[in-house]
Design a protein. Sequence first.
Length: 184
Amino acid sequence: MSDTDMTSPEMSRLVETGRIPLHGLRMTVDATPQEREALARRFQIPEVRSLHADVEIRPLGTGYLLTGELAAEVVQTCVISSYPVEQKVAETLNLQFSPDGEAAEEEVELSEGDLDVLPLTGDALDVGEAIAETLALALDPYPRASDEQMAEVRRFLMTEEEDRLARSPFSALAQNRNNPADKG
């Protein structure tokens, strides 16, 4: 077991399976400011401004089905300019908790109709961690700043040719030759 497995999740919401009625259990989850700060550190982004989910848990065979909607506002960093990028995330939750939902060591390709299967934690399922993992997967892996911000950054970028010429030992001589103030 790794060190990360031994720490408790940043936004744990354990639901005891014995408290889930046959007709299902509805709940609302709102991350606290401390949880949002901890999740931002975990996801290595500047900020999780809000995280809200409305979910329903229903028994399904020997496990449980978690469905619902997740809404979040996050700030990520542009991969090109390092400017902050605000993003609204809206995701549908459709997860299955199973007593034999052991974490697979190999990557499994899921089709659109397949459900992600998560393990039950003893006699409980962690709805908060499922929401956090869904948010992590929904984050843009390559956030980009707005076109206006990118235009500002591009003003300071050089082409490869400009960079090559700037590094040339003859570039200072060329600048002197082209500068009329230096001609006497």
